[in-house]
Design a protein. Structure first.
Length: 147
């Protein structure tokens, strides 16, 4: 794996039915309502949106998300990412004893020049920034779907 490649695996537990969790995570336009690090979403067509993110570090990431697969019956989602990050995001939504588990796997290559230039020394900080953003998303979704 090169300095510019990242693989992230995240697991979220949400005390809500799987179909509701699936609906929320596939409604990209709604992310800013519950995910504080998603600053804006611009729908480009039925399958593509441009998302601007900014977590704890003073830079923003602009990514185009293009839906490749969305299967609510299987609880499976696959998205192609382009822009400042290039790669894929796969997610699985599964019923759990007391709610739903959302597994997210992201495999990306950093394309943003700042991320590439600083990777040698800042890679651990970039990974921490991603973890903070995902943690805030998890907390936001749980609060958004709380009864």
């Amino acid at each position: 794996m090169s300095l510019h490649e990242y693989r992230f695996r995240t697991s979220w537990h949400v005390a809500a039915p799987a179909e509701l969790v699936f609906r929320e995570v596939t409604d990209v336009s709604g992310y800013p309502r519950w995910w504080p690090d998603v600053r804006s979403v611009l729908r480009l067509d039925d399958d593509t949106a441009e998302v601007v993110c900014r977590a704890m570090l003073p830079y923003r990431i602009v990514i185009r998300l293009h839906r490749v697969e969305e299967d609510p019956d299987a609880g499976r989602l696959c998205v192609r990412l382009t822009g400042d990050l290039d790669g894929s995001l796969r997610a699985w939504v599964r019923e759990h004893a007391d709610g739903t588990v959302l597994e997210i796997v992201q495999e990306v290559v950093a394309r943003k020049p700042l991320l590439r230039w600083c990777a040698l020394v800042a890679r651990p900080v970039f990974r921490l920034n991603h973890a903070v953003m995902m943690n805030r998303g998890h907390r936001g979704l749980r609060a958004h779907l709380a009864p």
